[in-house]
Design a protein around this ligand. Structure first.
Ligand SMILES: [Zn+2]
Length: 341
């Protein structure tokens, strides 16, 4: 991509010594490192650009070439084409020393009208340094990048659905330079030539009931802005925290229900808790074994985009009596005599 401002990216002047470049790189790389900004695509893009800039500016040869011709092969090509075009148009222009290879040296002061040819070419390339929007040239519409953002929910929130207000850091076109990266022929100081800036913004998002751990919820149009194209989408990556009582098994919910020994043996009614906070009465048959699971239909998790629900799996946990008094102990002894095994 032509016209990238590597000095601007690193925030150093063009004559910065190597050690300043290195220091600036280290500082920025730490700030935008993906480990520090998990899921933040804008930071990731910035991190890549910082690395790209450093790779060039830290290398004496590459830096020299960059200083002369710009960021990469596109510009070498543009330069070669500009030379050719200039020769065709005006004879004498496009003077090179040493015979036509794109990386021969020239003095910027010699450029004359060739500069204009350059400008025009860059508009065609949709360069950030150029004025593509001014000429309305051939700059292709580009859809904005999708971004991902993690969201942690409680199981109750996943059960009921919820609304979250999030603080996102996303790419916005730079308002100072209208996204061109340049102001009055200098690098825009607001975005340092990137044409885009990272800005915080608040967004209210609705999380539908029934989302699962690992679900991706798409929020259309809330990704990074496009350039002449549609905005990207925001994807919320859902993490559902484990619940101390309820275990999710697909759309079903498993819960351990304590049952007094006498109720398990004789049968009776117990209360099964739910995620709504209320309790459901469950009639136990006599001689219900420890660990038996009763299925309560449609009392589990809601299903995404569906009116159906999973089931509640109530697992019986028989609780043995403790602190027996003399009379109770006598009864157990009596029972043991009747049922020695
Ligand atoms: Zn700007």
């Amino acid at each position: 991509m032509a016209g990238k401002d590597y000095y601007g990216t690193l925030g150093v002047p063009k004559n910065a010594p190597d050690k300043d470049i290195k220091a600036a790189y280290r500082k920025l790389a730490r700030k935008y490192h993906p480990d520090v900004n998990p899921g933040d695509k804008a930071a990731e893009a910035r991190f890549k650009l910082i690395n790209e800039a450093y790779e060039v500016l830290a290398d004496a040869d590459k830096r020299k070439k960059y200083d002369q011709f710009g960021s990469d092969a596109d510009q070498a090509e543009a330069y070669a084409r500009a030379q050719q075009q200039a020769r065709q148009q005006a004879g004498g222009y496009g003077r090179t020393q040493g015979g036509g290879a794109p990386f021969t040296t020239y003095e910027p002061g010699d450029m004359g009208d060739l500069n204009e040819v350059f400008e025009n070419l860059f508009r065609g390339f949709g360069a950030t340094a150029g004025a593509g929007t001014r000429t309305g040239g051939r700059r292709p519409a580009r859809r904005g990048q999708d971004i991902e953002h993690p969201i942690e929910l409680s199981l109750e929130e996943a059960f009921n659905g919820t609304v979250r207000v999030m603080e996102l850091h996303s790419e916005q076109p730079c308002t100072a330079c209208q996204g061109t990266g340049r102001l009055k022929n200098a690098v825009c100081s607001q975005c340092r030539g990137a044409g885009r800036v990272i800005k915080p913004r608040r967004l209210e998002v609705k999380i539908p009931a029934g989302v699962k751990d690992g679900s991706r919820v798409r929020v259309a149009g809330e990704g990074n802005p496009g350039v002449g194209g549609a905005n990207g989408d925001l994807y919320l990556v859902i993490k559902v925290a484990p619940h101390p009582m309820f275990k999710r098994e697909g759309d079903d919910l498993l819960v351990d229900v304590p049952v007094p020994l006498s109720t398990a043996v004789l049968g009776g009614e117990i209360q099964v808790p739910t995620l709504k906070g209320n309790k459901l009465a469950l009639k136990l048959p006599a001689e219900t074994q420890n660990g038996k699971i009763f299925r309560l239909a449609k009392q589990g998790m809601p299903r995404l985009n569906d009116t159906n629900r999973g089931d509640m799996l109530a697992r019986m946990t028989v609780v043995l009596p403790t602190n027996l008094n003399d009379k109770e102990r006598a009864l157990f002894e009596q029972f043991k005599k009747m049922r020695p095994n």
